[in-house]
Write a protein that binds this ligand. Structure first.
Ligand code: UD1
Ligand code: CA
Length: 457
């Protein structure tokens, strides 16, 4: 059985009041459409076709790396019309699942249940019972409880309007039947649209038993029409992720103040304080603790390392038992060995720092290779950029760099050397010696401090 997925995304999304197409808005750092495309992949869709509308070129560009077919629906003549446009692009699939580009949280597990139900018959619907069903198509069942049709809000009579079971829009259909039924739909209804939902009545008239399945949570089938709904789904999603993390053994100081926009792999006994944002792919080893107000992106933090408050860490690797921060910034290409210490107001970029080395205060280290057991004093700068090109700094093992020194790259600091405070180092320093560049201290006798002139009256 080959499955094809049609993702409807031709809607304007005008209530977002945005220059960005609605399905490109992000939930947990990933576009709404990417959530749906990933779920289609997870249920092994062989052909995924996105139906896009006016201005959808931007969406196509954003997904140019993905295996997708694209189908433009020039005029929005209804959901049935939209699916009809997509069917020719489906190749040789035997069954079709209809999903929505603005319904991001539909769960793989729910769709698998829907597919199971569709195996028994030609058509399976995802329905949900809502306290307030206003706006949705109502599921009309016969006396025996069998689904007989869907009536849209605008076409419904008073009895039908009282029904609380509604159509989510998501369904799985036998491909041949879908084509046959779509051909028989028309637009003679209150909205003059071709309704996908009309195929239910056609299926029933062909003697098909229509199956109905429900999602686990309402949020799975909620659409995003405005930014209020987007925020609601974001919180729901974050809450779910936080709960999974806590159940897997992570302590979150406050699950309401933790955001994961990507994937997080954790060891045992990881502690995460408030207002931490994790982006991309992050790994935290056993016993790692993250202080408040930290952002970590595409980084690996090894076991027993402490990230103190207010650090920004991006594309970095930190070895075991290190201490980073507070207020440290690790930029892309930072590789720290074990037991390193990076202190406050220190920026590290594209540098390797060896075992037990310390950069404790107010330094910039960029394009450097630093050995083990090195102490970089306060305010030390690697001058890696001459305004046109970047150059490398190499520092051997057991080096001590005095405070407020500048290392003008390219430059090499020999192992065991000591650099006197306030030095500007432009040439290689020999191993095991003290090097410094410092103008002589002088004292001026008889110098007087200026005094304030008396004011003229
Ligand atoms: C539709 C269903 C309704 C269901 C509701 C769930 C029909 C006729 N009605 O209602 O039973 O309760 O969804 O939210 O199917 N779209 C296109 N092209 C079109 C029309 C729509 O791509 O020509 C897309 C929209 O971008 C949107 C989705 O289909 O993502 C649903 O369209 P929308 O108009 O929001 O749904 P309703 O007609 O209100
Ligand atoms: Ca509509």
């Amino acid at each position: 059985m080959k499955l094809g997925v049609v993702i409807l995304a031709a809607g304007q999304g005008s209530r977002m009041r945005s220059n960005l197409p609605k399905v490109l808005h992000k939930l947990a750092g990933k576009s709404l459409l990417a959530h749906v495309v990933d779920t289609a992949e997870a249920i092994h869709s062989e052909h995924t076709t996105v139906v896009y509308g006016h201005g959808g070129e931007q969406v196509k560009v954003a997904f140019s790396q993905r295996q997708l077919e694209w189908c433009e629906q020039k005029e929005q003549l209804g959901t049935g019309h939209a699916v009809m446009q997509a069917v020719p692009a489906l190749g040789s699939v035997d069954s079709v699942m209809v999903l929505y580009g603005d319904v991001p949280l539909i769960a793989e597990e729910t769709l698998n249940r829907l597919l199971e139900a569709a195996k028994e018959t030609e058509l399976a619907l995802l329905t949900v019972t809502l306290e307030n069903p206003t706006g949705y198509g109502r599921i009309v069942r016969d006396a025996a409880g069998r689904v007989c049709k869907i009536v849209e809000q605008k076409d419904a009579n008073a009895t039908e309007l009282a029904i609380k079971e509604v159509n989510t829009g998501i369904m799985a259909i036998n491909r041949a039947c879908l084509e046959k039924w779509l051909e028989r739909t028309n637009n003679r209804n209150a909205q003059s649209e071709y309704y996908l939902t009309d195929i239910i009545e056609l299926a029933v008239s062909d003697g098909v038993d229509v199956a109905a399945v429900s999602p686990v949570s309402e949020e799975e089938v909620m659409g995003v029409n405005d930014r209020v709904q987007l925020a609601h789904l974001e919180r729901h999603y974050q809450h779910d992720q936080s709960e999974q993390l806590m159940r897997s053994g992570v302590t979150l100081a406050d699950p309401n103040r933790f955001d994961l926009r990507g994937s997080l792999i954790t060891g045992r006994d990881v502690l995460i304080d408030i207002n931490v944002v994790i982006e991309g792919d992050v790994e935290l080893g056993d016993g790692v603790s993250i202080g408040p107000n930290c952002t970590l992106k595409n980084s690996k933090i090894a076991a027993n390392t402490k990230i103190l408050a207010n650090c920004v860490i991006d594309d970095a690797e930190v070895g075991v038992a290190s201490v980073i921060g507070p207020f440290a910034r690790l930029r892309p290409g930072t590789r720290l060995a074990e037991k390193t210490k990076i202190g406050n107001f220190v920026e590290i970029k594209k540098s390797d720092i060896g075992v037990g080395s310390k950069v404790n205060h107010l330094s910039y280290v960029g394009d450097a290779t630093i050995g083990s057991n090195v102490n970089i004093g306060a305010g030390v700068i690697t001058c890696n950029y001459d305004g046109a090109n970047k150059f490398h700094t190499i520092i051997g093992d057991d080096v001590f760099i005095g405070s407020d020194s500048q290392l003008v790259a390219p430059v090499k600091i020999g192992s065991g050397s000591t650099i006197g405070a306030g030095s500007t180092i432009t040439r290689e320093t020999p191993a095991g010696k003290l090097s410094l560049s410092r103008s002589k201290q002088i004292t001026i006798d008889g110098w007087l401090r200026p005094v304030k002139k008396p004011k003229d009256k």
